[in-house]
Design a protein around this ligand. Structure first.
Ligand code: ZN
Ligand code: FE
Length: 275
């Protein structure tokens, strides 16, 4: 078992990462006490097939958060494996979805004894959704599968949405219980934290998280999941209402930001060019 860390909680025992491409995580969710499993955002089928084979699992369902190829590329092939039920966003053009989901929906993942509520989180893409589970199996912690909306110490690029939309979407995630496990779709944490330190150079928390994540990456460990509580304390994109982040935004803009959205937009623009 992995050592416990301050900023990286013990992962949920029934959720594991299937690494794909250079930095994607396809989340494999197992049923308590059966051989059924679901995957979230399978951008590639081959590593999923290998993982199912290795653990002798059957694919019951596929959960999709948005239409980008690195999240849906494996669906066509995986649909041929015992016909899993495919859930995805109502607001996006994705082939092969059996049940189209929108905020307010509660879905039941077949075979898994898993109930998920759907949240609309537009910003990265127009119809992006996230899935929240109150619990799974014995572990009492809630789970969030948020695709490319909220990352560990970062957030997705605004390809199809406005800063206001993304800020509202992140606000919904901020309202989740602090112990909610955050399962995002990429291992971007180290570069996100280098940026976070530039935004809040005086924050001991952000500096300590960077040190922890740097060490974990040197050991080849995954830094996802994090928790909503950890993100609230160290993710600059959840902190645009605070004086420290406002100050950084004012430095970029040359004037005090008029509100959260202007501060958030300034920080998000800076991240796009930050090296
Ligand atoms: Zn994406
Ligand atoms: Fe992605």
């Amino acid at each position: 078992m992995k050592t416990s860390r301050k900023f990286c909680p013990q992962p949920h025992p029934l959720v594991s990462a299937i690494p794909a491409f250079s930095d994607n995580y396809i989340w494999l969710i197992r049923a308590p006490g059966s051989d059924w499993a679901a995957v979230v955002d399978p951008g590639d089928a081959a590593p999923v097939e290998a993982a199912l084979e290795r653990a002798q699992l059957r694919l019951a369902a596929i959960l999709l958060t948005h239409h980008h190829g690195d999240h849906v590329g494996g669906v066509e092939r995986l649909r041929t494996l015992g016909q899993p039920k495919v859930f995805g966003p109502r607001g996006e053009a994705i082939d092969g979805i059996d049940q189209r989901c929108v905020e307010g929906d509660t879905i039941v993942v077949p075979g898994l004894d898993l109930e998920l509520s759907v949240i609309d989180v537009p910003g990265h893409t127009r119809g992006h959704i996230a899935y929240v589970a109150k619990r799974l199996g014995e572990d009492p912690r809630p789970l969030l599968f948020c695709g490319d909306t909220l990352f560990a110490a970062g957030c997705g690029r605004l390809f199809e949405g406005t800063p206001e939309q993304m800020l509202a979407s992140l606000g919904k995630l901020m309202a989740l219980a602090p112990d909610t496990l955050v399962y995002c779709a990429h291992e971007y944490t180290l570069s996100n934290l280098r940026f976070a330190v530039a935004v809040e150079p005086d924050s001991g928390e952000v500096g300590a998280r960077l040190a922890e994540v740097r060490e974990m990456r040197e050991l080849g460990e995954a830094t996802v999941p994090s928790t909503i509580g950890v993100e609230l304390g160290t993710n600059p994109f959840l902190r645009s209402h605070l004086p420290s982040v406002r100050r950084a935004a004012a430095g970029l803009l040359g004037h005090d930001p008029a509100g959260n959205a202007e501060a958030f937009a300034a920080i998000r623009d800076w991240k796009n060019v930050f090296r």
